[in-house]
Design a protein around this ligand. Structure first.
Ligand SMILES: Cc1cn([C@H]2C[C@H](O)[C@@H](COP(=O)(O)OP(=O)(O)O[C@H]3O[C@H](C)C(=O)[C@H](O)[C@H]3O)O2)c(=O)[nH]c1=O
Length: 191
């Protein structure tokens, strides 16, 4: 086995990438990306941009996608913890409209790989949560799109009660995103 293990999740095509963590009496070391090793687990996408966002507990970012220059994402938590959510919006997908919520924690080196065709967002579960993610195409604000975090048809189980988050902090842009039922997805399922 190489330095990365790719683990399936309950949602088709969404996988967790588990790096090998090298621990010693100083702490630990791990590779977070390696083109050759990623190809060995079937990820040959070219990442062209790295992003970092910093959020207080209770912030919700998303659910976003780019309608053109669509982005695959490799998401990891540098500090804190998030409830990460992806929604399958590939026309013709057997899991269209299905979503997956998964906790990603800085203590656990797991990374979520989100291919093109999914809306993505997260809720920060700790203060000063820092999320870093690599993307496979450049930021294109003119194609910035998304669906509402609180879409009544999706009923995403954001852990507000469990985390004692009374009112999520959402950007004005995200607060007025459409519901899934009101969008025409630009993505098609490739089987
Ligand atoms: C995404 C992005 C944003 N920006 C600028 C544009 C705004 O002035 C500022 C904040 O942007 P925005 O409110 O879109 O940031 P988020 O709400 O964290 O957006 C992200 O949220 C969810 C979690 C995602 O998966 C996407 O990658 C991304 O859409 O950063 C850039 O300059 N480059 C970028 O790639």
């Amino acid at each position: 086995m190489g330095k990365f293990e790719r683990v399936k999740t309950k949602l088709n095509d969404i996988t967790i990438i588990r790096p090998t963590v090298f621990k010693d009496d100083r702490g630990f070391f791990l590779e977070t990306y390696n083109r050759e090793e990623f190809a060995e687990v079937g990820i040959t996408d070219e990442f062209v941009q790295d992003n970092v966002s910093h959020s207080a507990k209770g912030v919700v970012r998303g659910l976003h996608y780019q309608s053109k220059n669509a982005q695959g994402k490799l998401v990891r938590v540098l500090r804190g913890k998030i409830f990460d959510v992806v929604v399958d919006i590939r026309n013709g997908s057997p899991t269209y409209g299905h979503h997956l919520g998964i906790e990603l924690d800085a203590q656990d080196a797991g990374m979520l790989f989100v291919p093109v065709g999914f809306a993505h967002g997260f809720m920060a579960l700790k203060d000063a949560t820092e999320v870093m993610y690599k993307v496979t195409d450049f930021y294109s604000p003119q194609y910035d799109a998304g669906i509402r975090w609180d879409d009544p048809d999706l009923r995403i189980p954001w852990p507000m009660k469990a985390q004692e988050i009374s009112r999520p902090v959402v950007s004005p842009k995200d607060a007025v995103l459409p519901f899934l039922r009101d969008i025409i997805s630009p993505f098609n399922y490739a089987g």
